[in-house]
Ligand binder design. Sequence first.
Ligand code: GZL
Length: 328
Amino acid sequence: MKANKIIAGAALVGAIALTATGCAGGGGAAAGGGGGGSDVITVGFAQTGSESGWRSANTESMKEAFSEANGFNLIFNAADNKPEAQIAAVRSFINQGVDAIVLAPIVTDGWDDVLKEAKDANIPVILEDRTVSASEDLYASWVGLDFKKEGETAGKWVADNFGSTPTNMVVLEGTTGSSAATDRAEGFNSAISGTDIKVLDSQTGNFTRAEGKTVMEGFLQKYGSQINLLFAHNDDMGLGALEAIKAAGLTPGTDIKIVTIDAVKDGMTALSKGEFNYIVECNPLLGEKAAEIVKKVVAGESVDKSYIVEDQAFDQEQAAKVLDSRPY
Ligand code: GZL
């Protein structure tokens, strides 16, 4: 924390701030940290919320990496999937004078002003998971996944397995305006172009089970047995849709084929049981890399602008083999 801020903080709350953080400064010149003689790095982490199993695994990974034992004082905020609340959280971190901000942006747009404020306060911002449309000079680095490639991998599997016969598909999109949803859709659609896959309908389920179930109920009421295939941008919406499909007396994975992205435990369990047909992984374990980047940036060392974590994909047979050994 900046010396002037931490001293003000200590004055206001007595020894608590100093005990919790040490006299955290320690940030390198590049980070504008206030010195203060301690190596503790105070990080404000603005998480999207807790919308899915993937998010829970990502939050756990981040909290494990940004631990006191690893030299951090973590201030955590989950914005309940509300972009305006997330912007307010970042502004609060700036006002607290943290040494660095980590941000998992709910949506791509609307970040220019608050990222400029962080830059003017000499507080580096590191993005994890999703990306922003703001200029690259407003953040130090990004660590995440190749969402477009995830969509392409899912789309290629669908094209290879169903593309040569007339197939009616419905789509459960992720959060509108998020880079995960936008890029997955772009990749998937490019992979199925020119095939016999017809999109009957496509709506957002906001990456949640509850909304995935509700939207799938609407699809089933409207299209019924016309639906041959569901592409869900994440496992959780697919798991919600599973409930709706079963409630309609249909067999998921057979009557309606299901392809999703994430590969969290519940999704891989459904896949190994034959209720899903294919899952493209999206690795949520980004904490270690994010913490490594923060330490380098705060120490004034150079870092790459982006770090992409590799993904893999699973069919039913592969899921059954790896299920028990999966880390999340
Ligand atoms: C992807 C991440 C997405 C997941 C969802 O990196 O942003 O958000 O696919 C999560 O499960 O809610």
